[in-house]
Design a protein around this ligand. Structure first.
Ligand code: T3D
Length: 257
């Protein structure tokens, strides 16, 4: 299997699993990832998602042997049927998606990580907008997310020069949330996902919906959306539980409903 999938403590755990080619994506792997992301979306027992890579890399982007194979899917199909649905799914799943970047994240691999809600990287990990080095443009939502995360000037430079960004520099420029020692990555990123899965996940889903729309809404539209989503949040059992637990000075038991 190119994608490993299991559920632990209400977390859907996804591992890219083609370590011999640094977890680069071929069609099979892209379609398998879409399948497991849909499972995470549909299964109400899954309340958060964790994505990482097997071996020394997170993901080296498109499998370049497949990209140029005469009988391969071809560029348009690769973008429209492989990467675009993956990025849309990550953003549409109304559950937190945590990415534990365990090594190099290049090309589409970098931009899949940046589409996730919270990115934690091992200190030896790195991010490379590798596309320019082979004459392509950044895809997988990179031209949408990266300038919004780090600003147009830095995004342009990284995308044109293809420079490697260390995990600590990525934290400093606001590209990712934080980094940690290599040997602590799995425990820290899974701990983050597990913590989120035990929170009021319906409210977290609404938060994600609002943040998605903030990318394009103006202030008035965003205020109206916050109003609607706050009303919906107030109708959840988790809201009642959160307030009751606070007043009763006890630990809340959230169920994601
Ligand atoms: O059709 C389209 O292409 C459209 C889609 C675009 C989306 C994209 O993602 S385009 C960008 C594609 N990715 C790249 O250009 C990155 C290519 N890889 C690298 O630049 C380097 O491998 C890394 C900087 C990521 C890591 O370097 P290093 O020195 O740590 O490892 P390495 O020796 O280069 O790679 C190890 C093995 O993985 C090696 O195989 P070998 O020699 O052991 O048999 C290498 O060929 C293989 N590998 C690494 N990346 C890819 C790959 N094989 C196929 N595709 C790859 N992307």
């Amino acid at each position: 299997m190119s994608i490993l999938f299991s559920t632990q403590n209400s977390v859907g755990c996804i591992t890219f699993n083609r370590p011999d080619v640094l977890n680069s994506f071929n069609r099979e792997m892209a379609l398998q990832l879409q399948d497991v992301l849909r499972q995470c979306q549909d299964d109400s027992n899954i309340r958060a998602v964790h994505i990482t890579g097997a071996g020394r890399a997170f993901c080296a982007g498109q499998d370049l042997a497949e990209a140029i194979a005469p009988d391969g899917p071809g560029l348009r199909t690769i973008v429209s049927e492989h990467y675009n649905p993956i990025i849309s799914l990550i953003r549409e799943i109304e559950k937190p998606v945590v990415c534990g970047v365990n090594g190099v994240a290049a090309g589409a691999g970098a931009n899949i990580a940046l589409a996730c809600d919270i990115v934690i990287a091992a200190s030896s990990a790195s991010f490379i907008q590798a596309f320019s080095k082979i004459g392509l443009i950044p895809d997988s939502g990179g031209t949408f997310f990266l300038p919004r995360l780090i600003g147009m000037q830095r995004a342009t430079a990284l995308m044109m020069l293809g420079d490697k960004v260390s995990a600590s520099d990525a934290v400093q420029m606001g590209m990712i949330y934080r980094s940690c020692d290599d040997d602590k990555l799995m425990s820290e990123s899974m701990e983050c996902a597990t913590k989120l899965a035990a929170m009021p996940t319906m409210g977290l889903g609404y938060t994600k919906r609002a943040l998605n729309r903030s990318m394009t809404n103006d202030l008035e539209q965003q205020l109206a959306m916050e109003e609607e989503l706050q009303v919906l949040s107030g109708l959840t059992n988790d809201y009642n539980e959160g307030v009751a637990a606070f007043l009763e000075k006890r630990k809340p038991q959230f169920k994601g409903e």
